[in-house]
Write a protein that binds this ligand. Structure first.
Ligand code: FA5
Length: 344
């Protein structure tokens, strides 16, 4: 029995030594030290031994068990250490590798241009005013001298939500709302930037949703030449000192007289080219002297007060300033287009 125990010890120690991973080591533990293992078997047969041999064999069996258990424990520590070292080797971070740079975004070109235009007008004493994009028929049309059924409503095909509520078709309703708040007392000197909506078919120069900036100055003795002076200063600061402006007669129901403002073409310097369609001029905004009906409806006395108003489309201004050939570029959100203007 003694020999059998020694044999088992050597056998087990050899297997422990050869174990290549924790799983194999567990198998050795179960097969030699488990309840159904050969050492337990030997101990069960001890009853047949003479009484004086029993303590010796018992002692030896415990000794064999302990030495196998210790060997398993040592081997386990060794295998765990090896596994850890291998993981550390595999997961080493090479701190000399260049990092991946974060993509840094920037404000949209239109946002920046609108801020630039705001700054220009703030410099001329205007304040920024805002109004709702979902507007009533009254402020979008009626308060601007466009009663129901007026043919000029067709100039701005609208998205109606109900009979009386629509997506605003221009930023002009903010004029009426702001004048009302002033309760008949001037001066009112505001610009109103914001989104507007029209049932226009999208093409290179039209979008169904676009932005506008409205301007309004109401006070005593405001003249058409004041309008021209303000627009001239704006055009030169926006497009360069060498650009000229001209005002052409036009029609808007909310201004009388009404004009459209053209700026001299940058490409041909007035000679005529394909961009300005051979005229030497490019239209950038609508303007005029506020119609007496509009002043009256907003609570101002047209015999005391008068004023000018204008409305421009920042998309068209950005297209002229940066030579962008299609308005849809602003809304497709292709980063290759947008990031060209991060430094603009
Ligand atoms: C108006 O919207 C007037 N409310 C402007 C105005 C204000 C005139 C105050 C007088 C006094 P108009 O429909 O022309 O006018 O539009 C003004 C500008 O918006 C145009 O010059 C153009 O730059 C831009 N615009 C008009 N329709 C579109 C469109 N579908 N897509 C992009 N820009 C547009």
């Amino acid at each position: 029995m003694k020999e059998r125990l020694e044999e088992l010890r050597n056998e087990a120690l050899e297997k422990v030594e050869k174990a290549e991973n924790i799983k194999e080591l567990q198998d050795v533990r179960v097969s030699y030290l488990g309840k159904k293992g050969p050492i337990t078997e030997v101990l069960r047969g001890m009853g047949k031994l003479p009484a004086e041999e029993r303590p010796v064999i018992g002692q030896l069996a415990n000794d064999v068990r302990e030495s196998i258990a210790r060997a398993i424990e040592d081997k386990q520590t060794e295998l765990e250490k090896e596994a850890l070292e291998q993981r550390l080797r595999e997961e080493t971070i090479d701190v000399t590798l260049p990092g991946r740079p974060n993509q840094v975004g920037g404000p949209h070109l239109l946002t920046k241009l609108i801020q630039e235009i705001e700054d220009l007008f703030i410099g001329m004493g205007f304040e920024v005013a805002e109004g709702p994009e979902v507007e009533t028929d009254y402020y979008n049309f009626e308060a601007l001298n466009l009663p129901k059924g007026h043919p000029a409503r067709d100039m701005q095909d609208s998205f109606y939500i109900t009979e009386e509520i629509l997506m605003r078709t221009h930023t002009s309703p903010v004029q009426a709302r702001t004048m009302e708040k002033h309760e008949g007392k001037g001066p009112v000197k505001i610009i109103c930037p914001g989104k507007v909506y029209r049932r226009d078919t999208d093409d290179a120069t039209h979008s169904h949703q676009f932005t506008q900036i409205e301007g309004l100055f109401v006070d005593k003795n405001v003249r058409m030449s004041d309008l021209k002076g303000v627009l001239n200063t704006f055009a030169k600061k926006m497009f360069g000192e060498d650009r000229e402006i001209r005002l052409r007669p036009s029609f808007f129901p909310f201004t009388e007289p009404s004009v459209e403002m053209d700026i001299s073409c940058k490409i041909c310097r007035g000679e005529g080219c394909s961009v300005c369609k051979g005229t030497g001029w490019i239209e950038i905004l609508g303007a005029g002297m506020v119609h007496p009906n509009v002043l009256r409806m907003a609570g101002f006395d047209p015999d005391v007060y008068n004023g000018f108003a204008f409305g421009m489309g920042p998309e068209r201004i950005a297209m002229l300033k940066y030579g962008i050939d299609d308005i849809r570029h602003f809304y497709i959100n292709d980063v290759r287009f947008l990031k060209q203007f991060h430094q603009a």
